[in-house]
Design a protein around this ligand. Structure first.
Ligand SMILES: [Zn+2]
Length: 334
């Protein structure tokens, strides 16, 4: 069998690997599909956390075998994975990665690692559970209510997942901001009421037109209630603090590698709430149910077989490419 590993900065290889057998508390999953994540791209760029570093963590598959102490899972069950449950760190620095045919999931007996999915949910869509969970967690953390006006900065897979979650929960006034026309099209398809291309228009002028203005000491602030930062651009954070209205909330789900210099005078004066959002709800049920009742196919813009992993990662590196890049590993079970 094969395993995708990082061997150095920009060096990704499909290596031969030994077949995995489960220990008493483990499970082995025959991987059907695995999405390329922004974190994978980042790991490739930095040369991996370990070398070689196995990658891939957004996956669906079928349980192939289980250890003697695993009682609540059975071979043949279709599942999705929480890659960081039970200290696995699958595709995130641990000894396993999801871009492989047979994935060892350690301590699956603990529960919380593998979640069964309905028979009629296609595997490539089920593999969206993990990124959808990240966007969903950002929405949960924002405590959005039906009448809130929401702005989502960044319409990559995480921003799109937040937009789809908001739409699914009946929040109708969602504005998406990005630099890529392709991504903004996807944002519309997944439920954004309006989009702003920040490379062509001043997002704050447009946002104030769409959400209205609310004065603060004579200055017009954007009347947006909730800002979800999924772009990774530091300027978004400084702009939200400066141009957001009093009592507005900012949730940061993007990975900011650089420090951001912000004025906490605004945070204090406006009584703003800033929250971080990382990973997903511990229980994948909400994400699986959303995928079951709403076909999120538009989110997947590219599909590659495993032996074209290099191209898959290259496409995922280009922010203009669109949405999620999916790698089909075992098409027999899709
Ligand atoms: Zn991911």
């Amino acid at each position: 069998m094969k395993q995708v590993n990082i061997h150095g900065p920009g060096k990704v290889q499909l290596d031969d690997a030994d077949k995995r057998e489960p220990g008493p508390r483990d499970a082995v999953v025959r991987v059907a599909a695995c999405g390329v994540c922004g974190t994978d791209v980042r790991y490739v760029r930095m040369g991996g956390l370990t070398r070689p570093m196995p990658i891939g963590h957004e996956l669906s598959g079928i349980i192939e075998s289980i250890g003697a102490e695993v009682s609540d899972l059975a071979p043949g069950t279709r599942v999705v994975l929480n890659p960081t449950a039970s200290s696995n760190m699958i595709g995130n620095g641990g000894p396993e990665g999801g871009f492989t045919q047979l994935l060892l999931v350690r301590n699956a007996a603990d529960g919380g690692c593998l979640f069964p999915i309905p028979d009629d949910l296609p595997m490539h869509l089920a593999a969206l559970s993990e990124p959808l969970g990240v966007g969903m967690n950002a929405v949960d953390r924002s405590e959005v209510t039906a009448n809130d006006k929401v702005a989502v900065f960044g319409a990559g897979p995480i921003g799109l997942s937040a937009i789809a979650t908001l739409r699914d929960r009946g929040i109708s006034d969602v504005v998406a901001i990005d630099l890529s026309p392709r991504r903004l099209e996807l944002a519309t398809a997944l439920g954004a009421r309006a989009t702003i291309n920040a490379s062509e228009q001043d997002p704050w002028v447009e946002l104030k037109k769409l959400h209205g203005e609310e004065p603060l000491m004579g200055m017009p602030m954007a009347a947006t209630d909730v800002f979800i930062e999924a772009s990774g651009a530091g300027k978004v954070i400084t702009d939200v603090l400066q141009s957001g209205k009093a009592e507005s909330r900012l949730t940061v789900v993007a990975l900011h590698e650089q420090s951001v210099n912000v004025s906490f005078l605004w945070v204090m004066m406006k009584q703003m709430t800033i929250r971080g959002a990382m990973e997903y709800p511990a229980d994948y049920t909400d994400a699986i149910e959303l995928l079951t009742r709403w076909d999120l196919s538009p989110m997947i813009t590219h599909r590659f077989p495993l032996d074209r992993i290099g191209e898959a990662i290259e496409v995922a590196t280009d922010p203009n490419a669109g949405g999620k890049v999916m790698v089909d590993i075992d098409t027999e079970v899709n």
